[in-house]
Design a protein around this ligand. Structure first.
Ligand code: JHZ
Ligand code: ZN
Length: 408
């Protein structure tokens, strides 16, 4: 009899609901001569029967995911740049009002948020293992410590600069399987009345809109309000506010404080009730989702195969992390999608992880336009479709695969 895997947070039994197969590190884009060194893992997801946290059953080693040459850049999308400017303005005007206040950002990437605070003279520090992204953040006027955030680096930051009034993080906290290291770090760093604000994908939106490609190595946990509420309490904090934000197809902004330090807003209880009504903590919900994922995968391969057999040209748009899941789960390689265009210089000239589809500069898209563009960056659809109006005007069509395969 095999023993059920245990929850990383509460040690309860984790029931697997989907195996997305052998998958690479979603942001490790190999050079054509580096494909032998790729690392793979089994991308399987389950739900804890006790605390309901959705989590992966096996983890890709962190040092393989977040390396010095990590290629993702937050500022490549206008929408995200505007979002992070708004976050900076909100923190500056509501929390960082005293000249002595310090803000620390975990995973500051290229400084899309922190650069704005730095320019306003706010005391700040970013912590990020990606040396390349950090260089851009520094050029934007942000101060960055290259490395991981954990209890050791947090203690060093406190010793050097004193406690932080705000710890902020976007799309990073769910990425750390050993998440206790982050919370112990926040505990060392935060003032008694400070807040820890983090934004991450919302599992209820992922299920509702079948955003299955949000499941990849980096998204180790898929957060619900109920599971995060229990998690932060376990680490000695209180979830005091939660807010939906329309980022990456549907995210939540969590605000965490020391117990009793801040009033707990009604939104927390309200969203936990909503999740109970929509069965977001239940295994059967995810089994249904898994069947839907299989259907979408089969439909997408059937469409791409038909188009290829009919002699139509299809190009991928946006070498997203998400596309690693889609291409590797479905077995989509250069025979079905000859290349993916992407504006990120760090990805160009490289191959997509696992399936080795060449990544080419954006200019390749119109040279000449393909018949169809498979939109891997569907979370930026509005921005991209507005920019590529000419593609559609001359007869091109977009292929989307969420929440189901369709052509627009
Ligand atoms: P995008 C990454 O996910 C990884 P990804 C990470 N795990 C995460 O959670 C989020 O980011 C925050 C390109 N592009 O934002 C740029 C164009 O080519 O969906 C990017 O390579 N033209 C930390 O990788 C990709 O598409 C454009 O006009 O899934 C978009 O990646 C635009 C707007 C983007 O994140
Ligand atoms: Zn659990």
């Amino acid at each position: 009899m095999s023993v059920a895997p245990t929850c990383r947070l509460c040690a309860g039994p984790v029931r697997e609901w989907m195996d997305l197969g052998r998958q690479p590190a979603s942001n490790a884009f190999p050079r054509p001569d580096e494909t032998d060194a790729e690392r793979f893992f089994r991308l399987a997801v389950g739900i804890c029967a006790e605390c309901t946290m959705v989590q992966q059953l096996e983890a890709m080693p962190t040092d393989h995911m977040f390396r010095a040459d990590y290629p993702y850049r937050s500022s490549t999308s206008d929408g995200l740049r505007r979002h992070f400017e708004a976050v900076a303005g909100w923190l500056r005007d509501t929390e960082l009002t005293d000249r002595a206040d310090l803000v620390v950002e975990i995973g500051c990437n290229d400084g899309a948020m922190l650069g704005v605070l730095g320019a306003s003279g706010v005391r700040h520090l970013g912590v990020d293992p990606s040396a390349g992204a950090a260089r851009t953040a520094v050029a934007r006027g942000a101060e960055v410590r290259v490395g991981f955030f954990d209890e050791v680096s947090a203690a060093a930051i406190r010793a050097e600069r004193g406690p932080a009034k705000v710890v902020f993080s976007a799309n990073t906290i769910s990425h750390v399987a050993d998440i206790g290291t982050v919370f112990r770090g926040v505990d060392r760093l935060l003032t008694s009345d400070g807040i820890f604000v983090f934004e991450d994908r919302y599992v209820a939106d992922i299920v509702e809109y079948a955003y299955f490609d949000q499941i990849y190595d980096e998204h180790f946990y898929l957060f619900s309000v109920r599971a995060v509420d229990a998690m932060v309490a376990r680490f000695g904090f209180e979830l005091v506010d939660v807010e939906r934000i329309p980022i990456h197809g549907g995210s939540l902004r969590f605000t965490v404080a020391r117990p009793g330090a801040r009033p707990r807003r009604a939104s927390v209880g309200r969203m936990i009730d909503e999740e109970a009504q929509t069965a977001i903590g239940e295994y059967d919900t995810y089994l249904r989702f898994a069947r839907q994922i299989e259907r979408v995968g089969a439909d997408l391969v059937a469409l791409l195969t038909d188009l290829r057999d009919a002699g139509r040209r299809v190009v991928g748009y946006g070498a997203t992390s998400k596309s690693a899941t889609v291409t590797n789960f479905c077995g989509i390689g250069p025979d079905l999608v000859p290349f993916i265009c992407d504006t990120t210089p760090e990805k160009q000239g490289r191959l997509s992880p696992g399936m080795h589809i060449p990544v080419r500069p954006h200019a390749a898209f119109a040279d000449p336009y393909p018949d169809y563009a498979l939109l891997f960056a569907w979370n930026h659809a509005e921005e991209i479709m507005a920019k590529e109006r000419h593609f559609v005007a001359q007869g091109g069509r977009w292929i989307l695969y969420v929440p189901h395969v369709h052509i627009v």
